[in-house]
Design a protein around this ligand. Structure first.
Ligand code: MD5
Ligand code: FE
Length: 203
């Protein structure tokens, strides 16, 4: 059950479904150690998405810019480690989409509510763009914006549902993308919320 988004980008529909319960438990436990933050953008706005991370590198943002950091910005503690099951799932999904040798060192945890959105952007804070990115959707569905190589390219809209995994790399690695808004009914397990786990190689 695959949907091709581009030459080197793919949605693996329901790929994470068998692991959903385990993923939710892992998220709850990670968030106890590394609480969600509503980060400031370099432009001085507050993100509508709440974020945390696990792994050696966590993605953060403040008035100084976007970057990876080895500690949580509020607690100054190292991020919790990436659960082995998440690593395995992400590495397997990357292989299935044609990317062997994925070595994630960062997992961003994004929490969306019906008020959240993520504007079109590129993921370019990583040092090696030959490594793919793997993203796991849980909870409510979302309208995903799949853009081009320039911000001005009109994005297509793709629904992402609970259990879907998106893998993109190669020529699609620097596509503009975003989340327009959540859609559909609240989720039986996590209510009016969506979680997205984004596994990347930061360093
Ligand atoms: C999310 N997160 O669902 C989004 C989208 C982020 C971020 O973009 O940087 O935290 S998952 C990302 C995604 C999915 C499919 C393709 C591409 C990105 N892409 O082409 O870049 O929380
Ligand atoms: Fe992104």
């Amino acid at each position: 059950l695959q949907l091709r988004l581009g030459p080197q980008a793919m949605v693996l529909r329901q790929r994470a479904l068998p692991y959903a319960q385990q993923l939710f438990e892992g998220i709850q436990s990670a968030l106890l150690q590394a609480p969600l933050c509503q980060l400031q953008t370099p432009g001085g706005h507050r993100m509508s998405v709440r974020t945390s991370s696990c792994g050696p590198q966590g993605w953060v943002s403040d008035e100084r810019g976007y970057r990876y950091a080895t500690a949580h910005p509020d607690t100054n503690k190292p991020w919790p480690s990436i659960p082995v099951a998440w690593q395995t799932l992400a590495i397997d999904a990357a292989s299935e989409a044609g990317f062997n040798g994925f070595m994630p060192d960062s997992c961003l945890i994004n929490q969306y509510t019906p008020e959240s959105k993520m504007s079109l952007h590129q993921d370019r804070n990583e040092s090696d763009f030959t490594q793919p990115i793997v993203s796991i959707s849980l909870g409510m569905s979302a309208v995903f914006l799949w853009g081009g190589m320039q911000r001005s390219d009109r994005p297509s809209q793709v629904l992402l549902h609970h259990g879907d995994i998106v893998v993109w790399g190669g020529t699609d690695r620097l596509r503009f993308h975003g989340i327009k808004h959540l859609t559909g009914a609240p989720h039986s397990e996590c209510g009016a919320m969506r979680y997205n786990l984004t596994l990347r190689r930061a360093r």
